[in-house]
Design a protein around this ligand. Structure first.
Ligand code: PEP
Length: 250
């Protein structure tokens, strides 16, 4: 059975004290144990965040990035093995902000994906089309290509470890959310593409999260879609009540 997941992408928000208070508040608010809640915190918060959730099966920590090399003279960078050694289990790779602001190209993402998997991290791999692609009706083709170029070199065993996040770029941080029709349509398309490449069992078992202005008001209808297994949440993950309401929206 597919896992229900809500992952909060904090981006570059919250100092250490604010971040740890947020985790405390969310834990106190009590959400369903059947939903995995992931906090993708800034690197510097990770060790403290791992400590907060260490006895809780329904919480986990993610990194928002790692370097694509194992180790070496890369001043200021953080490796996948450092991330894993901190107790972190997940890592976001391919977020559109990293693709566009930090010029992360597909070959670089492939390296990051490979090194994350080699270090026993579970990638939350993001795909998404821009508004022009959506308006020109190219969105399916764009996503098909993103999946193929970044992921299809993986063995079935490695591919089955992934979480996919569908994040239409036009919906991230804009307040414009995909309709349930758009979200379900794309999630179903992604699952059927995976089915073609990796077969029914893997495609049926992979969690596909929706991301893009998901909030406490719209999460219920999005999560009710057959192929939407949860959310990758930015802005609304920074408020304990909102994040908890989203986690309780299944
Ligand atoms: C994100 O950045 O992954 C995201 C989905 O952001 P927001 O929820 O703020 O649109």
């Amino acid at each position: 059975m597919r896992r229900k997941i809500v992952a909060g992408n904090w981006k570059m928000n919250k100092n250490l004290e604010q971040g740890m208070n947020l985790i405390d508040e969310i834990i106190k608010l009590n959400s369903s144990e059947n939903v995995l809640k992931i906090f993708a915190t800034p690197f510097i918060h990770i060790t403290s965040a791992v400590e907060k959730i260490k006895d809780k099966k329904d919480f986990a920590i993610a990194a928002q990035n790692c370097h694509h090399m194992e180790s070496g003279a890369y001043t200021g960078e953080v490796s996948a093995s450092m991330v894993r050694s901190s107790g972190t289990e997940y890592i976001i790779i391919g977020h559109s902000e990293r693709r566009s602001y930090f010029n992360e190209t597909t070959p670089l993402l492939v390296q990051k994906l490979n090194i994350a998997l080699a270090n026993d991290l579970i990638p939350i791999f993001c795909v998404g089309e821009n508004l022009e692609d959506r308006n020109n009706n190219n969105h399916l083709e764009v996503i098909r290509q993103q999946l193929k170029d970044a992921l299809y070199h993986l063995s079935p065993a490695d591919f089955s470890k992934l979480i996919i996040a569908y994040e239409p770029i036009w919906a991230i941080g804009t307040g414009v959310t995909a309709t349930t029709h758009q979200a379900q349509g794309m999630h179903n398309f992604i699952r059927s593409e995976i089915n073609k490449k990796y077969g029914k069992e893997i495609s049926e078992n992979i969690s596909i999260l929706y991301g893009g202005s998901c909030n406490a008001e719209n999460a219920k209808e999005l999560f009710a879609c057959l192929d939407v297994d949860g959310g990758l949440v930015g802005g609304a993950s920074l408020k304990a009540n909102d994040f908890t309401a989203i986690a309780n929206s299944f």
